[in-house]
Design a protein. Sequence first.
Lengths: 440, 308
Amino acid sequence: MRLFTRFLVVILLVSVTWICGLAVGAGTAAESAKPAFALPTENVTIEVWWHEYGPFTAYVKELIEAYKKLHPNVTINATIASSTDMNQKLTVALAAGTGPDIMDADASYYVAYYSKGVLEPANLDVFGVKSYQELAAHYVPGGLASGTFDGKIYTLPYQGNSMSLFINNKLFAAAGLDPKKDAPKTWKDLVALCPKIRKVEGKRTVQKAFEFPYHSPRWQLQDLQPLTEQFGGKILSDDGKTAYLNSPETLKALTLWRDVTRACGDPKNTKSTASNPNQDFVDSFTAMWITGPWATPQVQASPIKNDFTVVGLPQVDPSKPHTMVYGWAWGVNKNRPEKNKIVAWDFVRFMLSKPDEWLAKAGFVQPVKGVSETEVAKKFPFFNVHMKDVQTATWYIRSENVNEIAQTVGRAVDSVVYDDADPKTALDAAQAAAEKILKK
Amino acid sequence: MRLGASVSTKSRSLWKPFRLNIAAKQALFAYVILLPTLAIIFIFRFLPMLQAFYISLTEYDLIRPPRFIWFANFIDLVQDPLFLNSARVSITYVVFSCAPVWVLSLALAMLFDREIRAKNFFRSAAFMPVVMPAVVNAVVWTFMYHQDGVVNTILGWFGLDPIPWLRSSRWALWAVIVIGIWRATPYYMIIFLAGLQAIPQKYYEAAQIDGANRWGQFRHITLPLLKPTMLLVMVISVIVAMKVFAVPLIMTGGGPADSTRVLPLFIYQTAFEFFKMGRAAAMSVFLFAAVMIFTVFQIRLFSRGEDR
């Protein structure tokens, strides 16, 4: 009888342990990974700032509510600013000591924040890993390159956008072309297609075949960088301290840019702006346009609907493909109380734990391994094309002076395209300006 | 009792030098009344200016502490082709937007000073661009300047080819100047109108009796008596034009190829996009000095005429 009682007690204990285990397991499923560290139990209020983009904002708000349900002692205050204002708002706030706990910035800006000492390295305990290498192993190769400084990971991207070629199927078909068979693989292919697609009436361009961006210097650099790299060159050295703006490779890239523009586009005629960069494409005014996967919902909402094709970025040499990736990432403010930083990193971990939801709800591709296998990715139009472009990409240049370098590049492109300046002369001037900027 | 009287006399004699006459009392009262306003102006206007001057002598990126570099920013700026280009763009903007504004606003004021039908309606309609926010102006004009916009459509009626107004380094600044003229003219028209209405009618009547024609009346009565108003309009319009910012920022961002990068826009970009606060502050000091010199020059020019 005593033995039977003991047996019952053991069974009971095992059952209780198992049930508790299930409960913990359910919690794990909700949070994706159980934190192997102690979260503060007292009330904590953290500030999160991010840039405005409708679907993104809605999803982050949803994540905040979900996290608050799991951690009732945590209050999360949100501040949303336009993408163009975010960098200056952040810098001014960080200077005044009123910066947020979690910041959202264009990945290329983080080098400046790092050098100014306002970034907290990723909390490895929160992510349940022992080293930064282990954390990086969850991402595609180079996926965390934009936020890694001196061997430590400081920022985690929630979007790593490839630059791929979007094609308007109707405009292609009207020109007697098949968007799948005839899609350009090289820049030469693209230029060859242009006379068939571009339409000019008198001196008015009524339809462009292809256009490079002219609404923002950052976008211009975004397109010139992969072109230069396709020719085997670089815009900046890896440490961001030396510019190669008048190298033979950059010269070839800018000359190609000019020739493509002359054959395919009309930069003096565009409705695209910094806030509506895809406007000419969604208006069916441009048949081909380079943009990222995030543009997909906007294109689908336009009269084009699903009648579009995405192919890889045209190459100089398709046997050595090269593209560019840019994106936005979360970072944590170093100058906040310890408990806030722990909660901040835990919330970042929580936010990033469902890459398929990011894709479905915001259209953002996290550069993590295994996204392609998710159901959402399989349904996302041309997801594999975007991921393939990400895999052959280098990140947008990293420099404390990224905006000034972009302005310098934009000035060179503008003078060549708008004023017919000699590309060599324009790039020599750009190089001189860049050297002066970097010297300071 | 005696002692008390003695103390009273002594204290009166002590206070005697501090006794104020009525004029001094009034002045003191005026200063006391003005003190809060002066304090606000000092704290929110004058101190930031001093601070800006101090920052102009430093290298400062907002987060790291400022590093004192004396006049290096100023020396660097005078050799910087981008700054010099921006200064050139600003001067072009000021010259070609202000001169037409002075003529047009005076002409409009004279028109609306006369007895015409529906005068109040036309005055209000003409004043609309001033009421409209600069951002709205910029967006509306961006559409109007597009290849298929209103401006090119009108040019098309006359057989002219469309002009890439905002996408050509040749035309963009002129496109921005036109908006500046359109927006500023009605504002200065109102100031001129007030000046015109302050001129006594009897002068014109006397001139008419003496046989003066309209041109003679304008030249010998209107213009001389409008001098203070003209000075005000010229000084304000130049200062406002020197500070133009929102329209080029929204419409062109300073491009193409820096053709519309006016100085205030370059200052803004240097400060809040490149985070070079010292350099931006040095540019602001240059801008302040330029506006100040021009204003003093204008005032001198007008007062010299009056001395004669």
